[in-house]
Design a protein around this ligand. Structure first.
Ligand code: M6R
Length: 612
């Protein structure tokens, strides 16, 4: 949430900052701003709306080789120019990602000293505090930052410019992410790796409570007592094209198409062919002991990642016959959960930075549970703090609506469930080999569904005028219905709900009236007949039914019970969520396009949710 960038180097700072902000815009896009050191002092330019608007506002003459930039997702204070970052107070100009929880108390204190903010933001209060500490510490930066760390509560990643220290940026963070790299062009810091890719594939994550002093030639990392430390270097394998649209109209459409490849990349390092095809986590450092000593699994995550967990639970309970629970991370963290050393807590996160999931992880560790995370972004906080990490290799996901990360997370769950079932003796080599073969074929099946995208495009025209819409399903189809529903509502703004099909008649059926679209998933043989009864119930109330079934379903389905029928390729039922997900993603995508909406950056949302 909020994108931040700092550049100090040998290129035109304003241009580099604008490029970086455009790449980070998916983290927040209600206003943007930059601050640059110039011969006339620090100049700040801000604007409401997208980065393009800020770019058009920049003065032609803004000569600078060092500056900071911010793209905002509003937390405290509405969307306005005065609330946009950077914020300035006396000697201090800064940008911030996070939330200062005790800003009210600090504001009162500062008010007592005659310092009154001009904006409604928590960030300006932080700038005022830093300025006051800088003054009382006679310009000693480390003393100033130490003082600020003691006083500030909440989460933050700051890039700070001091007016009397030209061409130097100081960074410090707690909770919110910040990555840094050095290259021939200069030194760069940003909220995520996507904005560093144009300079380098080698980077480091600034550790919490350490200070990065960023100058043209170098980034010095030190403890708050001034001891210089060497950061742990990481590298990514993607290149710039992975983070570009590559001819697609939107990132979301591109990412939907990348799914077969994302799954293959996630599978490849864990597919070691021997006599039997068993998942192999040697390279991930996940030993069989992890599974042997587990008698209960708790999965916790937010949004789409949580929906992947819902599918994971169904699969795991089916194969393992041990209790598996799924919890929304924001609830889990305050629920005083019952955990012990035999509980395996699985955290799922594309970004690896989601504040609630990170807090859930910390709580699980505190309570002595084993933690394993399924994460896409290498070196992210959740990955670093978990006992074990299983990386998905989906590549950078830029669209706010998650697609390839979701199916890559499913892949990770399937791999875990298969290995776990094998290790605890619930399934033998032949059985696991059969499942692994099925998983290996999923990419090709997804490609077949993608070939039919024009059908979904055409069908979306019928959904475009809808005001309400329902997704129904049972078992794995219900888990997928939840995902279909969030996808549709977040980018089309159509009110939608996902229901376990059998639960409809306990209340929600009253909302199903003539012409209301119902997307019914019926891919699971064991509940197929029940599901068709539920479809008939909504049909009897006049619903416009889109039925999704498998090609190899040989049950006789009267064509009077649906308006449209879409089919996913034949195969074991457990793999149906992968292919059916593509249908739901494409329906959401095309409906949003027909409604003329901003598919990649829907209103009020942001990609990485680093606030509670
Ligand atoms: O980065 P994470 O996977 O932890 O993010 C969790 C959710 O914020 C995310 O999945 C969100 O629900 C998606 N935008 C939905 O498409």
């Amino acid at each position: 949430m909020c994108g931040i960038i700092g550049f100090c180097g040998y290129l035109d700072a304003k241009e580099e900052l604008i490029k970086g902000l455009a790449e980070l815009e998916y983290r927040g896009y209600d206003s943007a701003g930059i601050a640059c050191y110039t011969d006339r002092g620090i100049e700040v330019i801000k604007s409401v709306g997208k980065v393009e608007g800020l770019k058009n506002k920049l003065p032609a003459k803004l000569e600078s080789s060092c500056g900071i930039g911010h793209t905002r997702w509003a937390t405290h204070g509405g969307v306005s120019e005065v609330n946009a970052h950077p914020h300035r107070s006396g000697n201090v100009t800064l940008i911030h990602n996070g939330i200062i929880e005790n800003y009210h108390e600090l504001a009162k204190e500062l008010e007592g000293m005659g310092k009154i903010p001009v904006s409604q933001t928590d960030t300006e209060i932080a700038a005022m505090l830093l300025d006051s500490l800088y003054e009382s510490n006679q310009g000693n930066v480390l003393e100033t930052l130490r003082g600020a760390v003691e006083r500030l509560e909440g989460a933050y990643a700051f890039c700070i410019m001091f007016a009397d220290q030209k061409d130097v940026i100081y960074c410090i963070r707690k909770g919110s992410p910040l990555v840094c790299c050095s290259s021939e062009e200069g030194s760069i810091v940003a909220s995520d790796m996507v904005a560093l890719l144009r300079y380098s594939k080698e980077y480091f994550v600034l550790p919490e409570f350490q200070v990065a002093k960023v100058t043209k030639n170098t980034i010095t990392v030190m403890d708050l007592d001034g001891t210089v430390v060497s950061p742990v270097m990481l590298s990514v394998h993607w290149d710039m094209s992975a983070a570009q649209k590559n001819g697609f109209k939107h990132y979301m459409l591109k990412e939907i198409h990348e799914q077969p490849e994302a799954i293959r990349r996630t599978l490849a390092p864990r597919m070691k062919k021997g006599n039997y095809l068993l998942p192999d986590f040697t390279e991930d450092g996940i030993t069989d002991e992890v599974f042997k000593n587990t008698n209960r699994v708790v999965i916790t995550a937010c949004g789409t990642a949580m929906h992947a967990g819902m599918a994971g639970k169904i699969l795991m309970e089916k194969l393992l016959r041990i209790p598996v629970q799924v919890e929304i991370a924001s609830e889990f963290r305050y629920a005083d959960p019952i955990l012990d050393e035999n509980t395996l807590v699985i955290l799922v996160s594309q970004s690896g930075e989601t504040a609630d999931t990170l807090a859930a992880l910390r709580l699980a560790r505190e309570k002595g549970a084993k933690t394993l995370s399924i994460v896409n972004v290498k070196g992210s906080s959740i990955a670093r703090e978990s006992d074990y990490v299983l990386y998905t290799h989906a590549g950078p996901e830029i669209a706010v609506a998650s697609t390839k990360a979701y199916t890559a997370q499913l892949t990770a769950f399937y791999l875990l469930a298969f290995r776990f079932a094998y290790v605890i003796g619930k399934r033998n080599e032949q059985e696991i080999s059969y499942y692994m073969k099925g998983l290996d074929e999923v990419g090709a099946l997804m490609e077949k569904v993608l070939e039919q995208k024009d059908k979904m495009k055409e069908l979306s025209k019928r959904l475009t005028p809808a005001q309400d819409l329902f997704f129904i399903g049972r078992s794995l189809d219900y888990a997928l219905a939840c995902e279909g529903s969030i996808k549709l509502k977040e980018i089309t703004y159509i009110h939608s709900e996902a229901y376990a099909a059998g639960e409809l008649k306990h209340g929600t059926l009253s909302l199903v009236t003539g012409g209301v679209p119902v997307i019914a998933l019926a891919t699971q043989s064991d509940v197929f007949a029940k599901m068709i009864s539920n479809v008939k119930e909504v049909r009897a109330r006049g619903a416009m039914v889109i039925l999704i079934t498998k090609e190899d379903n040989d049950a006789v389905i009267e064509n009077t019970i649906f308006d449209e029928r879409l089919m996913i390729p034949a195969g074991d039922d457990i793999f149906a969520p992968f292919t059916a997900a593509i249908i739901l993603q494409l329906l959401a995508y095309y409906t949003s396009s027909y409604r003329g909406l901003d598919v990649d950056q829907p209103r009020n949302l942001a990609k990485s949710v680093t606030v509670e």
